[in-house]
Design a protein around this ligand. Structure first.
Ligand SMILES: [Zn+2]
Length: 408
């Protein structure tokens, strides 16, 4: 069925201000966008009066964890769930992301080897609601509350051959991205952010195998050396990059057309804001988050100036940082990184589309019809995207996940 959105202002993802216009969807693609008084064809189309709202591309979450259990709908105190429950939780989280306007998600790792791959098959075949997903394989062994050890390298043997076999296996079972903790995580284990968990030889082998197996590599990289090795090994996405020194920054800049950086500020601010019960000591995590926040506030504007592609996405799914809250990241980009709301939205849409490597994230003819109709203007106040009731319509691949109330 063809559809025409009229009486809308269009934020096309470019970062420029919304303009009055119309948009026509044919099948799963945007067929035409008209500006100002011009109209798009109404042939064989259902016309939707947008009520003066803003039509914008669907959002892209660049650091998704559908298997991290906590969501805005269901609090889960730890990280561990039995496999049956984990599967259902992940499916539920996929729907929650879509409900909140995220029509695409790039996985930053799963707690199960095959779960996201199977889930994605159900989403693609129309059986379950969820975002377009770049599924990942296991990030590490399923941690539990007493054993959150990012230094534990799951299942795969070390050494170049072990790493190579892991990448190959992930690709063979259908993962599109393979996640490595290149350095550890100080929030969980003091000092670990500066520790490399892989050797240069192992990372180069991972890169080589990834190119052979046609999968992307995604890296958790706080340490400067982790960033440098990630770039050299051909990682496509590097998270955090907190301690990037001048040499690391230069390397990121000289590879800016081949990679993306996602600082994941959501988890950092959520850690600082968290108000845990007395028996749960977060003092170390909070001290680390305060350092990371200051580092990121300095680093992100610098990388942006150099043209590095920076993406929102904030490690949602922890008890104090639930899945579904993902649009909060945009507010933090405005607050901490000096972005205007429109610039933050550009990063979460047009750049996100590049991350997904699909014709996504922009409202222009020929692009896939993933779009949101928002009651208020998010380029004026990006926080409006945090309340799903403001999303009057959510379309993914030309099909309404949430249909607008008033069809005319
Ligand atoms: Zn993560």
């Amino acid at each position: 069925m063809n559809r025409v959105f009229t009486n809308v202002r269009i934020f096309d993802g470019s970062g420029s201000a919304p303009f009055p216009g119309e948009l026509r969807v044919e099948g799963n693609r945007i067929a035409a966008v008209a500006t100002g008084p011009d109209q798009v064809s109404r042939d064989d189309a259902v016309v939707i009066d947008g009520g003066g709202g803003v039509l914008m591309p669907g959002l892209v979450e660049a650091h998704a964890h559908l298997t991290w259990p906590t969501s805005v709908e269901k609090f889960v105190p730890g990280m561990y769930q039995p496999p049956e429950e984990l599967a259902l939780t992940a499916a539920r989280n996929a729907r929650i992301l879509l409900d909140h306007g995220f029509t695409s998600a790039y996985s930053a790792g799963a707690l199960s080897k095959k779960l996201e791959i199977a889930l994605n098959e159900h989403i693609v075949s129309g059986g379950l609601p969820g975002p377009r997903l770049i599924p990942s394989s296991v990030e590490r062994e399923p941690p539990n509350v007493t054993n959150l050890d990012p230094g534990h390298v799951a299942e795969h043997a070390l050494g170049a051959e072990g790493v190579r076999a892991f990448v190959k296996e992930c690709a063979e079972i259908g993962a599109k991205a393979v996640k490595f903790l290149i350095s550890g995580e100080s929030a969980l284990k003091p000092g670990a952010s500066q520790e490399l968990l892989y050797t240069e030889e192992e990372l180069m082998a991972a890169g080589e195998q990834a190119r052979q197996s046609d999968v992307w590599l995604t890296g958790h990289a706080h340490a400067a050396q982790a960033v440098k090795l990630g770039v050299k090994a051909g990682f496509r996405v590097l998270y955090h990059c907190t301690y990037a020194d001048q040499e690391a920054v230069d390397l990121l800049a000289s590879h800016k057309d081949q990679l993306f950086v996602a600082p994941t500020i959501g988890i950092v601010q959520a850690t600082l804001d968290a108000n845990p019960p007395p028996h749960f000591d977060m003092s170390h995590m909070k001290a680390d988050a305060a350092i990371v926040l200051e580092k990121q506030k300095a680093l992100v504007p610098r990388l942006r100036e150099l043209g590095v592609k920076l993406l929102p996405g904030g490690d949602y799914g922890f008890p104090f940082n639930p899945n579904g809250r993902n649009a909060w990241d945009l507010e933090l980009w405005v607050r901490h990184f000096g972005y205007t709301p429109a610039e933050a939205l550009h990063a979460a849409t047009a750049l996100g589309g590049e991350l997904m490597d699909m014709e996504l994230g922009q409202l222009k003819a020929g692009y896939l019809a993933d779009l949101l109709l928002v009651a208020q203007d998010p380029t004026q106040d990006v926080r409006v995207l945090q309340d799903k009731r403001n999303l009057k319509a959510i379309m993914k691949d030309g099909v309404f996940h949430k249909a607008p109330g008033a069809l005319s």
